[in-house]
Design a protein around this ligand. Structure first.
Ligand code: BGC
Length: 414
């Protein structure tokens, strides 16, 4: 009895603002399966990629997205799970390459299919964040130079307009482009994502055109649907190792965090925040992932929830806009760290709210395990496990149940 009373006294409850949105996020290519018409599919099956994997001693068969989670057909089962887990929101995407498989030709059946998907999410009382571009582009668009060509921005606009006209009534929040910084860096500077180019001038052009694409799409989406628009920005917490690293930290912050925000924030009704990384920078700008003292995920990414609070406060002070955390998650196959990960990130989100930041929702990445780009299906980010060996069976992880409690009570008890 005495012990219970003590424990009770120690328990603290942090109540989130009324109407806070809770849920999970996923993307089209990573979950739908058989996205055969986009540039990633082509990349996964390219000889160059297969040879590289073989050289690294890896089996290419494990790095094809293939049927992924078959979310394209099993969406209702997954929305049902989200509902059971007390989510009131979800983030997913539509695949441009399916909707417009050939330039200027829109696939009616696919649009109807997505309509059903969106209706199914609505029927489960989920507010919908819809992503229009999550790293992948149609093969025909890639062939004509993708976002590296200014005139191609019109293609993105045409696709956006069709989606807004045909599917817009179901959407609560638009996310035009996912992580423009990651997209331009990985695809055009590091060369690890398609089209595997390494060219600074090209990356610069892509960045400019993505900003143009977002800003124009935002006007279109607002006028056609009236719903709030943002990008999902990947924002990192960048800290100096010493006072000597402060100047270089400013430069890195500008390129990693601020570049796209500065270009697009005027056309964002809210800021979509994807938070994964915390970096220490040395005085020469050498960037280190979280220092060894931080706990790590299965991908060896340091866990640093305090950084999320700093990111949110920095955004709040600079832009004064509502914010939704559109991604935050951990690869943790054993499900040993996820509960703590979520709770600690939420605690720091709560602190940011207490300090004045207008944070209105938290979408954990990911609702279900999925195809993790260059890493294949190994990393397990899901609240729900996918059994790839057994008919893609869905199994709710324990941490998902703990998160469900938070969603239900709109509060975090620690
Ligand atoms: C991306 C997701 C990815 C996740 C985990 C985010 O940056 O938007 O597509 O799966 O990180 O790596």
């Amino acid at each position: 009895m005495q012990f219970e009373a003590k424990a009770e006294r120690k328990m603290q409850t942090f109540k989130f603002p009324e109407g806070f949105l809770w849920g999970g996020a996923i993307s089209s290519h990573q979950t739908e399966g058989k996205n055969t018409n986009n540039d990633w599919w082509a990349f996964e099956h390219s000889q160059k990629r297969e040879q590289r994997l073989l050289k690294e001693g890896k089996d290419p068969a494990e790095y094809y997205s293939g049927q992924a989670c078959d979310f394209y057909n099993r969406y209702d089962e997954d929305f049902g799970l989200a509902q059971q887990l007390n989510h009131n929101a979800i983030r997913f995407g539509v695949e441009w390459a399916r909707i417009e498989p050939f330039e200027g030709e829109f696939d009616e059946q696919v649009i109807e299919h997505y309509k059903k998907m969106l209706e199914a999410a609505k029927a489960r009382n989920l507010k919908i964040f819809l992503t229009l571009h999550h790293y992948t582009i149609p093969a025909w668009f890639a062939k004509k130079g993708g976002f590296a060509k200014k005139q191609n921005v019109d293609d993105f606009l045409r696709y956006t307009t069709v989606v807004a006209q045909r599917l817009g009534k179901y959407v609560d929040f638009w996310l035009t482009i996912n992580e423009p910084n990651v997209y331009s860096i990985f695809s055009y500077i590091l060369g690890s994502y398609p089209p595997n180019h390494r060219s600074l001038p090209e990356a610069r052009r892509v960045a400019h055109n993505i900003i143009r694409a977002h800003n124009r799409a935002s006007v279109e989406l607002k006028s056609l649907t009236g719903k709030p628009v943002s990008m999902a920005f990947q924002l990192s917490d960048i800290q100096p190792k010493s006072i000597f690293s402060r100047p270089i930290m400013g430069v890195i912050n500008y390129f990693i965090n601020d570049y796209f925000l500065n270009g697009c924030v005027g056309h964002c009704d809210f800021i979509g925040v994807n938070y994964y990384f915390h970096h220490h920078v040395g005085w020469l700008g050498e960037r280190k992932m979280s220092k060894s003292e931080h706990e790590k995920s299965d991908l060896d990414w340091g866990i640093h929830p305090e950084g999320l609070e700093r990111v949110l406060m920095r955004l709040h002070q600079k832009y004064h806009k509502p914010m939704y955390i559109t991604e935050n998650g951990i690869a943790d196959a054993a499900d040993a760290k996820r509960e703590k990960f979520i709770k600690n990130h939420l605690l720091h989100t709560y602190h940011a709210i207490e300090r004045g930041a207008d944070v209105r929702g938290y979408l954990y990445w990911a609702l279900i395990d999925n195809f993790e780009w260059l890493y294949g299906f190994g990393p397990r980010f899901g609240l729900v496990e996918i059994d790839y060996q057994d008919g893609l069976k869905r199994r709710v992880r324990d941490s998902a149940m703990k998160f469900a409690e938070i969603c239900k009570t709109n509060s975090l008890s620690l």
